[in-house]
Design a protein around this ligand. Structure first.
Ligand code: BGC
Length: 737
């Protein structure tokens, strides 16, 4: 399984655009090249690099020539060989929001949550390499890719773009994704820095969180992702963090990012997240999508701020040097993107399909209903638009898939108007099931009439119900319920047919009031370009499912740290709010606290001894695995070794996980592997813990601190499934951030 992905990845890496000389000094390190170019620039040219518009909001006649319409553009300086920065979203493929580049399609990866459910960094790398290849081919040299905000609440609208609730899992995968994108010699932007974990009032809310829990959770995901992926840019978020806007938060941008982590690239704002020219001194380098802010803080107003002495000219030089450095370090100056290159959509579709297949999680399979038996000859497929395609998430990450949309429906009351579209990629699960099972009689009911669907299910061998929960940027869910009449429909069908399978297409965990009546449940997320095929291959057994949950499915919102979603009762924005916070302010300002602190997700459930519907890390296979021979060694470093054996008759991939607990602390994931095992095969897995995952952050000493003591190690197939247990002593250790 892995080998195919790696071979393709290597092929994708072999991008060979001709080297073109730029007018820097042409040689030396990126720092030296940046310094040499900076020395030749006028103040006006420097300021030009600090800001840019959203091309789609410019009148057509004013759009820069020869620049593809994406989320943003920063005009370069041709006389010095400084390229334009041509920016587009992002994590799920090259987006084309509202079809502004008429008819331009791209390969749609499954949602971030699905990629996270693969627990497979090689797959995230291959996906990133594929997305970056398409970006370069289409003329974009900055991918706004790398969303790694932690899932703290299953109602948060953008969770589908992100990589789950655990900092080690999310940081590892985002690092791989960024490395893949940047292997095409373009810039990737890890985002949204930081603690931008929910959409309600995203432009006005203030997250209050102490430094230690922040370092141990959201910031750790960024820290690991940046180490592994080395992105050339960081995007700061909309929200405030402890009173200061994320895009003018000196603690986040100057202290953590640059002083502690040694980040050498540049910080770009999110679109509409800038509030002053002085933000440049607090660590922001570039104002993106400036029309959304309404004020040109980093252009005319910056010139004024320099003239009035409010911003030192040296701050402009510092920011421009960082931007230039990123251009030289990434390769976009030496190998300019030209666009118009051919794209191998077939090969890329295969990457997306593999990601969907690896990310699908088999949640329940009582009595072996799945894979569909050869004797299941009459199958009724119901609901979820399964006859036309698969659902995707809305917002800036929305990709127009190759093959187009089968259906686009305007939504009301969710997100901004531009984002409120419910779109289905033309990859029909029904068609794929029919193609895989030509021997079976397969009918379809759209589910609008539960009684009719149940009647058809009654006489079928198997009923498969597709259920959805759409999600979009700029809006959170109000609850965990499936969309429309799905709960009633599933209940009616399950009563009619004991062999009912539910396939969930959601961006988030959902509630399942019908859970115990349904023998088989599959979480397919938003499965992307070839989601229909991937779902069919899992249902029919061509693929043995190997996805594991990157997020806890709570039994109800009452189990969450914030049973009531913060800000859900905030008053609507008035004129004065909009004057302060910009046009996108939906509500009056409010504060957000996350009572779980560093213990997001499964750690909160462990600390509070709450039993979720499905735990983090959980996922079934069509085979079973056994874990043996645990060896734990401590001392200076924690190393855990054990064997995994495939006990069944089918080949399959497992995700054995290692968790560590020490007295008074919630358990933490310290590592995992994804061995692919033939029937009867045994493999040894070795996990060495990164001390930062085990440690506490000592704010005073500005160090990670791992106390000496006894650490309990658990090995299992989820955060609550303990198959092997050991203890060891670890020495005291401190680690610099
Ligand atoms: C989103 C970013 C995105 C940007 C540009 C913003 O609304 O928060 O993630 O990159 O738009 O499209």
């Amino acid at each position: 399984m892995r080998r195919t992905v790696s071979a393709l990845t290597i092929a994708l890496f072999a991008s060979s655009a001709p080297a073109v000389a730029h007018d820097g000094t042409g040689s030396g390190s990126p720092d030296q090249q940046a310094a040499a170019t900076l020395a030749k620039m006028t103040l006006e040219e420097k300021i030009q690099l600090l800001h840019g518009p959203m091309p789609s909001l410019l009148p057509a006649a004013k759009r820069p020539q020869g620049v593809p319409i994406g989320a943003g553009v920063i005009m370069g300086v041709p006389r010095l060989g400084i390229p334009n920065l041509t920016e587009t979203d992002a994590s799920l493929g090259v987006s084309n929001l509202n079809d502004l580049r008429k008819g331009d399609v791209a390969t749609a990866m499954p949602s971030g949550m699905a990629v996270a459910a693969s627990w497979d960094p090689a797959l995230a790398l291959a996906g990133g390499a594929m997305i970056g290849n398409e970006a370069r081919a289409k003329g974009f040299n900055v991918m706004l890719v790398g969303g790694v905000n932690l899932v703290r609440d299953p109602r948060a609208g953008r969770n589908f773009e992100y990589l789950g609730e655990d900092p080690l899992l999310a940081g590892t995968l985002v690092g791989a994704q960024i490395a893949g994108v940047q292997s095409n010699k373009i810039v990737a932007t890890i985002k949204h820095f930081a603690v931008n974990d929910m959409e309600t009032g995203r432009n006005v809310h203030n997250v209050e969180m102490a430094e230690a829990p922040m370092r141990e959770s959201d910031l750790l995901a960024f820290e690991l992702g940046m180490e592994k992926g080395d992105p050339h840019a960081v995007m700061c978020g909309y929200n405030r963090v402890n009173g200061a806007y994320a895009c003018e938060n000196s603690f986040l941008l100057n202290d953590v990012l640059r002083r502690d982590w040694g980040f050498k690239g540049f910080v770009m704002s999110d679109w509409g997240a800038v509030h002053s020219s002085e933000a440049i001194v607090k660590g922001l380098d570039q104002q993106s999508g400036e029309q959304i802010d309404g004020r040109r803080w980093f252009s005319e107003l910056m010139t004024k701020a320099v003239a009035e002495g409010r911003v030192p000219e040296s701050a402009i030089d510092t920011s421009v040097r960082r931007i230039l450095r990123a251009m030289y370090a990434s390769g976009i100056a030496d190998r300019p993107v030209t666009g118009g290159e051919a794209i191998d959509y077939d090969a890329h579709g295969a990457v997306a399909q593999r990601a969907a297949e690896e990310g699908i999680v088999l949640l329940r399979n009582e009595g072996g209903v799945l894979p569909l038996a050869a004797t299941a000859r009459s199958i009724v497929v119901i609901g979820g638009h399964a006859n036309i395609g698969v659902l995707s998430g809305g917002g800036s990450s929305q990709v127009r898939p190759v093959g187009g949309f089968a259906l686009e429906q305007r939504q009301t009351g969710g997100g901004t108007a531009a984002f409120a579209k419910r779109s289905y990629g033309a990859s029909s699960p029904l068609a794929a099931i029919k193609a895989a099972r030509p021997d079976a009689q397969i009918s379809f009911f759209d589910g609008s009439d539960p009684a009719a669907a149940a009647a058809a299910a009654r006489s079928a061998d198997v009923a498969i119900v597709f259920a959805e929960k759409w999600a979009t940027e700029a809006a959170d869910h109000k609850d965990l319920a499936l969309d429309g009449n799905a709960d009633t429909l599933i209940d009616a069908v399950a009563r009619a047919n004991p062999h009912t399978v539910v396939v969930l297409e959601t961006g988030n965990p959902v509630a399942m009031p019908w859970h115990d009546q349904v023998p088989a449940i599959v979480a397919a997320w938003f499965p992307g370009q070839r989601g229909g095929e991937a779902i069919a291959r899992v249902l029919t057994g061509a693929v043995n499912p190997s996805g594991h949950l990157p997020v806890t499915f709570p039994a109800s919102v009452a189990q969450l740290p914030n049973p009531v979603l913060p800000g859900s009762d905030a008053a609507p924005a008035d004129a004065s709010t909009r004057a302060t916070y910009g046009l996108m302010a939906g509500t009056k300002p409010f504060s957000v606290t996350f009572p779980e602190g560093s213990d997001a997700g499964y750690r909160w459930f462990a600390a509070k001894a709450r039993t979720p519907l499905y735990p983090f890390g959980y996922g079934l296979s069509y085979t079973t695995f056994r874990y043996d021979a645990l060896k734990v060694s401590g001392g200076n470093a924690l190393t855990v070794r054990f064997t995994v054996t495939n006990m069944g008759k089918r080949a399959g991939a497992d995700v054995p996980q290692v968790y560590v607990t020490r007295p008074g602390k919630a358990k933490r994931l310290v590592g995992w592997d994804k061995p692919v095992l033939a029937p009867g095969e045994t493999r040894t897995v070795t996990v060495t813990a990164d001390p930062r995952v085990l440690a506490d952050f000592d704010v005073k000493a500005r160090r990670w601190f791992q106390p000496a003591g006894t650490y309990t190690v658990e090995v299992g197939g989820s955060a609550t499934d303990v198959k092997l247990k050991g203890v060891t002593r670890l020495a005291r250790k401190t680690v610099k951030p």
